[in-house]
Design a protein around this ligand. Sequence first.
Ligand SMILES: CC(C)(COP(=O)(O)OP(=O)(O)OC[C@H]1O[C@@H](n2cnc3c(N)ncnc32)[C@H](O)[C@@H]1O)[C@@H](O)C(=O)NCCC(=O)NCCS
Ligand SMILES: Nc1ncnc2c1ncn2[C@@H]1O[C@H](COP(=O)(O)OP(=O)(O)OP(=O)(O)O)[C@@H](O)[C@H]1O
Length: 207
Amino acid sequence: MTILGLTGGIASGKSFVAALLAERGAVVLDADRHAHAVLAEPAVRDALVDRWGAGVLAEDGSLRRGEIARRVFGDDAAATAERRFLENLVHPRVRQRLRAELDRIAGGGAAGQGVAVAVLDIPLLIEAGWADECDAVLFVDTPLAVRQQRAATRGWSADELARREASQTPIDAKRAAADVVVPGADEAAAREVVDRVWRRWGLPDAR
Ligand SMILES: CC(C)(COP(=O)(O)OP(=O)(O)OC[C@H]1O[C@@H](n2cnc3c(N)ncnc32)[C@H](O)[C@@H]1O)[C@@H](O)C(=O)NCCC(=O)NCCS
Ligand SMILES: Nc1ncnc2c1ncn2[C@@H]1O[C@H](COP(=O)(O)OP(=O)(O)OP(=O)(O)O)[C@@H](O)[C@H]1O
């Protein structure tokens, strides 16, 4: 099984490129989705309430992700300490879930039969060491102004985007760690690059 990793700035279009790869038959592993599921685990929820108080809980007992985001993003010492606490709790569990999903699809069986390509859509692909497990890493390249516009549709200000990006490997280092650059603001050009990657790697076409 070929493993492709996605990296890029926030709102660069990683999930969009993942969907293009899925159209061709790839199975996409989505770390943000797993991380959200981990936040619903009682042990995790209780540990976060112990640290930050009941203010992080919504009325239905779930965690208020916006409240957590306010505490953990940024490159100052306080935010970094809170983010490390959160990550120490969440990352091992996300890692376990991703590993189980990869093993399941690599091993064939009902869900995995015929899976030739797995795509890792993991925001911290490089920081968490997943890039080393990829046969190729794709960097989704989208100008900051476009990403800011997209982030605004999620209700994030330019400051919120900057705070989150300050918590990650700098964009230039992400680009330098990649094998392929995919344009993220031009859909037709993105399709062309995905087609080229597919051909270059001799991957079987499911379309
Ligand atoms: C802080 C939380 C609650 C905020 O939730 P929210 O719904 O606002 O954001 P969401 O989870 O959709 O993430 C959106 C983007 O924020 C960035 N981001 C999320 N966590 C981190 C982190 N620990 N470090 C840097 N950037 C991050 C990523 O680019 C991600 O795609 C949530 O992101 C979280 O639990 N993060 C810790 C787990 C984690 O590191 N996830 C990222 C991949 S495993
Ligand atoms: N090539 C494109 N052309 C137009 N809009 C796009 C394109 N790629 C992505 N978008 C839009 O931009 C937004 C962000 O894209 P997407 O969710 O794929 O980014 P992401 O990199 O996965 O984000 P995150 O870093 O938060 O995980 C979405 O609303 C998506 O529809």
